[in-house]
Design a protein around this ligand. Structure first.
Ligand SMILES: Cc1cc2nc3c(=O)[nH]c(=O)nc-3n(C[C@H](O)[C@H](O)[C@H](O)COP(=O)(O)O)c2cc1C
Length: 272
């Protein structure tokens, strides 16, 4: 696996490859190629995934990036990979798309695991400020496990703290535990848009139901009725039934399905 720095990650038991400066530039260009592919495929926008320990976050993190070149050494240089990826994505977008093509950036507000501190919200606030100042991002998307969470050194939540860094007109989004209409309304006090992971797997019509005044008909957990309308594939059922970290409301129902032969139970709208 490609990494910024080949340090000892005790939990990784496969070979790591520390990227050369040239290889990092190749990856920057790959982001442009991927963007072009999304445009050619008819997508309305792309989101640069700088969260959840993916490569962009690894470069921003002082824990996983101990380089001493253009790509690391101090906060400014740890931002360079995100900045150059953004530059390349916007170069492609400006060349090939209409004006309303959407570009977002997803970020984990902090990387703090006990004593291992990759970056705090103070640094990520500076990164989102830099990105939304230098580029015309449509939004910044905060990736959390719990949208109400606060850092150790503030009683404000991450949306409030990073929101201060995001330069308008870029919007701010948050994901993480927003699983009821009440929580959506609560989160919307601090952000422009809420982002739904598990709720949209449980009820793919959730946005449509909200828009059409049918919020009372949203399925909030897996059960026999919601499952029939969820269009889940066998692989996804198996995954969701066994995913404890992002446990699904109604996971017990999914587990009963995986105990049966999946071919017999997986139906779309109740039909085989
Ligand atoms: C089954 C499942 C798979 C996921 N896979 C990824 C992934 O591959 N990459 C990623 O960045 N986040 C992944 N996530 C996290 C989601 O992007 C989201 O941040 C998380 O589910 C919290 O939002 P929620 O409470 O609305 O579900 C996954 C979540 C679930 C439930």
């Amino acid at each position: 696996m490609e990494v910024p720095s080949k340090i000892d990650f005790p939990w990784i038991d496969y070979p790591l490859h520390e990227l050369t400066e040239e290889e990092v530039w190749d990856i920057v260009h790959d982001f442009g190629t991927a963007t072009k592919r999304a445009i050619d495929s008819g997508f309305d926008g792309v989101e640069i995934h700088g969260a959840n320990h993916y490569l962009l976050q690894e470069f921003f993190s002082s824990f996983s990036n101990v380089r001493n070149d253009f790509w690391g050494g101090n906060l400014e240089k740890r931002m360079n990979f995100a900045i150059e990826v953004a530059r390349e994505v916007f170069r492609v977008v400006e060349e090939y798309t209409p004006k309303d093509f959407i570009v977002g950036y997803r970020i984990s507000p902090e990387e703090v695991h006990g004593d291992n501190i990759g970056y705090t919200w103070h640094e990520s606030q500076q990164l989102v400020n830099k990105l939304s100042t230098d580029f015309e991002f449509d939004y910044v998307h905060l990736s959390t496990n719990d949208y109400t969470a606060t850092p150790n050194d503030s009683d404000k939540n991450y949306a409030q703290l990073l929101g201060k860094g995001v330069k308008k007109p870029a919007l701010i989004l948050i994901a993480g535990g927003i699983h009821t209409v009440e929580k959506m309304e609560d989160a919307l006090n601090d952000v422009d848009i809420v982002s739904l992971g598990r709720p949209s797997l449980i009820d793919p019509q959730i946005a449509y139901k909200i828009k059409t005044g049918q919020a009372d008909k949203i399925f909030l957990e897996f059960n026999e009725e919601s499952f029939k309308k969820s269009h889940l594939t066998p692989g996804l059922i198996e995954l969701l039934a066994n995913t404890d970290y992002f446990a699904m409301p109604g996971i017990e129902y999914l587990k009963t399905l995986t105990n049966t032969k999946l071919d017999d139970v997986v139906t779309h709208d109740g039909t085989k």
